[in-house]
Write a protein that binds this ligand. Structure first.
Ligand code: ZN
Length: 240
């Protein structure tokens, strides 16, 4: 029986939904993020705001929400030259991968998360990777997650479960999931409150733009992350 979880929590829409998923399911939940010299600290600020708002709006979750960890991973900036760490345009490279791809990033994240989970006595590692809105990142694939689960469990001699609640759903369904988890936590308006929280406080935009407010939240509105988020929100809103 799994009762404890560590959520890879970046402050974006996906990882916030994963956090709600974990809080709905487990008794004790901790969060972790990695600081690797992203161009904008907007995401890191967003995660603190999301944690604060979750605690304030959902008291049942507040009781389960434990420590938040921020690990310095600046070394990643030394081996990566990508649109997330340098001021280059977000474009497809010859490899067919977006140049926002940081080779091995998720593998490092999961390895460090497992090491932290080991120390903290947490059984499940929850991550918001997804094959449906697949941007071509090989380290987000289901097979990669299964391989990591096996490698980490063997390598640390501790049975970890890597849970990926968003793996097979699209962005519209991710909005719906956030809504449903909020409704389950608080029957009186929790669904809408959770959607509002995601809109207002999570951050997804690659450019770190929080100057423009749309129905789906803040962002430039033009980068791939904004487009995906906007399109999903429109489909979710139309289905209400
Ligand atoms: Zn954007």
């Amino acid at each position: 029986m799994h009762t404890t979880a560590l959520v890879l929590f970046s402050g974006g829409q996906d990882s916030t939904t994963c956090l709600a998923h974990a809080l709905a399911r487990y008794e004790r939940v901790e969060t972790v993020a990695f600081d690797y010299g992203q161009r904008h600290h907007v995401e890191l600020d967003a995660r603190l705001n999301v944690l604060r708002e979750l605690r304030a709006r959902f008291p049942a979750w507040a009781d389960k929400l434990g420590d938040d960890h921020l690990l310095d991973l600046s070394v990643l900036g030394e081996v990566s030259e990508t649109s997330l760490t340098r001021d280059t345009a977000i474009a497809m490279e010859a490899s067919g991968l977006p140049n926002s791809f940081v080779p091995g990033r998720n593998l490092l994240f999961l390895t460090l998360a497992a090491a932290l989970a080991y120390r903290r006595g947490l059984q499940v590692i929850v991550t918001g990777v997804c094959e449906t809105d697949f941007s071509g990142y090989p380290d987000c694939r289901d097979d990669t997650m299964k391989a990591m689960q096996l490698a980490l469990s063997l390598g640390m001699d501790r049975r970890f479960l890597i849970e990926t609640p968003l793996m097979w759903i699209d962005k519209a369904a991710t909005w719906q999931l956030a809504h449903d988890l909020g409704a389950k936590a608080d029957a009186s308006g929790g669904g809408q409150a959770m959607v509002d929280l995601v809109v207002e406080h999570t951050h997804t935009c690659y450019l770190g733009d929080r100057s423009q407010r749309h129905a789906w939240g803040y962002g430039c509105g033009n980068c791939p992350a904004c487009e995906l988020r906007a399109k999903g929100f429109a489909a979710f809103s139309a289905s209400l």
